[in-house]
Design a protein around this ligand. Structure first.
Ligand code: PEP
Ligand code: MG
Length: 761
């Protein structure tokens, strides 16, 4: 039996589509148990129905069409009891339900087992036989074991969006459908889907010999120039929303179209005798294929940019370019595309854009980075979305959770409309707090700083009353380029940040790439990237990159002196010693070049568990510490922060995380070293209350959450927060801690503030 099981599991894991996996399972189980029918019913929790999703032995036409209410039939009974039912005369059972569509009536024997994942019922697997017989214990065990395996497969398909949406067997008038993606930019957007497709399809271009190479070269040059001017025009539309450095992204595109890059290769292919379209397809598809094969998600996504450029050039070659009039977009546009690109953002007038949805891509895609800077709710990677059929359909975008609803029911629409209005109202109310300090009722002052990446973030942060920058993620401007920015380029970028906040301090983190963040021009391929070459490990191995960056920071700070430098991913003191050595060296060099700059404060990020146990040794070496709670949580709990399979285990309020946080602040303060938190936890109003109570000196968060945190800080006393901390520090479970915090803050009148952001942290 073990052998049978092993074979089935192997076969199932080799197919990527859930539907195919179910087909394999029912066929193999029927064969292995030598019975007549094996079927899988999946549970649609929203409709409260079991839908027949695969069968071997029943009428195939019934698949996807037949469904049972949760209280109906033996299937419903297995589901509600959450245990196997094994009977030899099914039709005589009081719960037997005859379903004519399945051709089921002659089957006497019935064995059904629930499919359960992490305590959640996902469906029921059933075997049936014409003769009356009791399935034996080993058969029952086989089915139970198989269903446990299947539960994992279904849950994975669901989490990664690979599940074919359960066919809707309900009344079509209420067919609200939910799709899962990844959060791209926070916020809620309601509106009408406008699906944009590329103006031309590169993949369908045929090979053809050029009649005249010169003519083809000329046609190509013209099309290339037109595509360039498209990109300039689209970039131009965003000029009011974005700053020059962010517009650099569009220069990257223009450079890809450069005569020495893509252009040169296409021309070479034309000279070999291809017509312009064929040559373009060949070159672009080669690039795309190359990028798509890359393991690194960030690099895989560069395929999107090249494909977008390729189809724009093709559209000009074949005269199919689309010029959409900005007037044509509805007032509440939700832009949907298979692969959204930054250039597409330029197509829609900003005031009409309510949300963005991309079938491909992740929260690291360029378009998501820009959407966050522009404050447009965005869902990325909604892979199960039948986007081509959505034009004109009403959509709700939940950028907090990465969810999308089509045809929302009245109830759902009202619910989200209320959240949207609440957010707008809250934002207005919170504006009143802009110039008020974050001081508790009993007079404790808690500086609230922001995390930035783009200069737009920085400006938005000032609007929200930020008192400094606790984390400037320098990798973001690096990601916007096609090569390492030069010292001079970096200096200009950093100067703008420092100037925007001067005299308030700006904490610049040295380049933190690796893990899930990489640069197209500096690929890192590793089996285990989060435990690999990341952060300080990369830059200490490349002192030239580190020195250029630090020199640029120092020069940028001349006359302002509000720079602080922070080192990411430190796991031992040697790394700090080496980094300090390089920083002093850079300082000497900069002085020798005639700049008049002070040595900046230097700090270490505490985000690796080892660092938690070396706080005194680290604190002794630097001026401040800052906890990267995102990574610290990930490494303490051994839970990949981006893996949807284990998302439930990524618990910001895990008692071990809280113990570590408390230990860090106590030990740092014993040496009089100031310590801040710059991970998401600091921007979660519930997390902020605990961190303040623990004694953290500064909290640094995204600009969106700052006014919310400020409002809570101003509405409570430090003493109240300390009592709450004492209470939760002795609790054993993250869930209990989170619900206690939620309850206590609701009781204190902050229900509105923690509302849609409870997931943060
Ligand atoms: C963190 O790890 O908490 C942090 C702030 O750094 P990042 O999220 O950029 O890794
Ligand atoms: Mg980190």
């Amino acid at each position: 039996m073990l052998d049978v099981l092993r074979r089935i599991v192997q076969e199932v894991s080799s197919v990527s589509d859930l539907g195919d996996a179910l087909k394999v399972v029912v066929a193999r189980i029927r064969e292995a148990m030598n019975t007549e029918v094996c079927s899988v019913y999946l549970y649609d929790a929203e409709a409260k129905r079991y839908v027949l999703m695969a069968t071997e032995g029943l009428n195939q036409e019934a698949v996807g069409k037949v469904s049972l209410q949760s209280s109906q039939g033996l299937v419903g009974l297995v589901g509600s009891r959450e245990e196997p039912i094994n009977i030899d005369n099914a039709p005589s059972h009081p719960r037997f339900q005859f379903l004519p569509e399945t051709g089921e009536d002659p089957f006497m024997s019935f064995l059904g087992v629930p499919i359960i994942h992490h305590k959640r019922l996902m469906g029921v697997m059933v075997v049936q036989q014409r003769d009356s017989r009791q399935f034996d214990a080993s058969e029952e065990a086989l089915l139970v074991t198989m269903s446990a395996q299947l539960a994992g497969v279904i849950a994975h398909a669901e989490a990664t969006g690979n599940i074919q949406h359960l066919p809707d067997t309900r009344d079509p008038a209420v067919k609200t459908t939910r799709f899962k993606g990844a959060p791209g930019a926070p916020g809620v957007g309601l509106g009408t889907a406008v699906v944009i497709t590329p103006a031309a399809d590169l993949t369908s271009v045929l090979d053809k010999a050029a009649e005249s190479v010169d003519d083809e070269l000329e046609r190509f040059d013209q099309a290339l120039e037109q595509a360039r001017s498209d990109i300039r025009r689209l970039g131009g539309q965003l000029r009011n929303e974005l700053r020059p450095q962010e517009m650099a992204l569009f220069d990257v595109y223009l450079n890809m179209l450069d005569d020495n890059a893509l252009g040169a290769e296409v021309r070479a292919a034309i000279r070999e005798g291809q017509w312009a379209q064929g040559a373009l397809r060949k070159v672009v598809m080669e690039y795309v294929g190359h990028f798509r094969l890359m393991e690194d998600t960030y690099l895989r996504e560069r395929a999107t940019d090249i494909m977008d450029l390729g189809s724009r050039i093709l559209a000009h070659l074949q005269g199919t370019e689309q010029e959409t009039d900005p007037e044509d977009y509805p007032e509440d546009t939700i832009l949907v595309s298979q692969e959204l690109t930054p250039a597409m953002l330029g197509e829609v007038p900003h005031e009409k854009l309510r949300g963005l949805v991309s079938v491909r891509g992740s929260s690291n895609s360029h378009v998501a980075i820009l959407a966050r800077a522009m404050g447009i709710p965005t869902v990325m990677g909604a892979e199960s979305l039948p986007y081509a059929r959505l034009n004109g359909v009403e959509l709700v975008v939940d950028g907090y959770r990465g969810l999308l609803y089509s045809n929302p029911s009245d109830e759902l629409r009202m619910q989200f409309q209320a959240i949207y209005e609440e957010e707008q109202a809250l934002a207005q109310d919170l504006e009143g707090l802009l110039h008020k300090p974050a001081t508790t009722l009993d007079g404790h002052r808690l500086p609230l700083w922001v995390n930035t990446g783009l200069i737009t973030d920085a400006l938005r942060s000032l609007d929200r009353g930020a008192e400094g920058v606790g984390l400037y993620r320098t990798e973001v401007p690096f990601m916007m380029k096609e090569r390492f920015p030069s010292e001079q380029e970096q200096r200009e970028i950093y100067r703008e940040q420092l100037q925007a906040f001067s005299p308030a301090p700006v904490t610049m983190r040295t380049l933190d790439i690796g893990g899930d963040k990489s640069l197209a021009y500096f690929p890192i391929t590793e089996a285990n990237p989060f435990l690999g070459w990341r952060g300080i490990r990369v830059t200490l191995d490349h002192p030239e990159i580190f020195l250029v960056q630090v020199r640029a920071m120092l020069k940028a700070s001349e006359g302002l002196n509000n720079l602080r430098i922070m080192l990411p991913m430190v796991s031992n003191v040697t790394e700090v010693d080496q980094a300090l050595h390089l920083i002093y060296r850079a300082h000497m060099e900069v002085l020798e070049e005639g700049f008049d700059v002070e040595v900046p404060e230097v700090g270490v990020m505490i985000e690796v568990p080892a660092a938690v146990y070396q706080i005194p040794e680290l604190a002794e070496r630097v001026d401040f510490l800052s906890v990267g709670s995102n990574d610290l949580t990930q490494y303490l709990l051994a839970v990949d922060r981006n893996n949807p399979r284990v998302a439930d285990l990524y618990q910001a309020f895990h008692p071990a995380v809280l113990q570590a946080l408390k230990r860090i602040v106590d030990e740092a303060h014993a040496l009089n070293t100031p310590v801040s938190v710059c991970g998401e936890l600091a921007g979660n109003p519930m997390g902020a209350v605990l961190l303040m109570a623990m004694g953290y000196d500064i909290l640094s968060m995204n600009a969106t959450n700052l006014p919310k945190v400020k409002s809570v800080v101003r509405g409570i006393s430090k003493e109240w927060a300390e009592r709450l901390l004492q209470e939760v520090m002795v609790m054993e479970s993250a869930q209990v801690i989170a619900s206690t915090l939620q309850l206590m803050l609701e009781k204190a009148g902050f229900g509105r503030i923690i509302g849609p952001v409870i997931k943060g942290g």
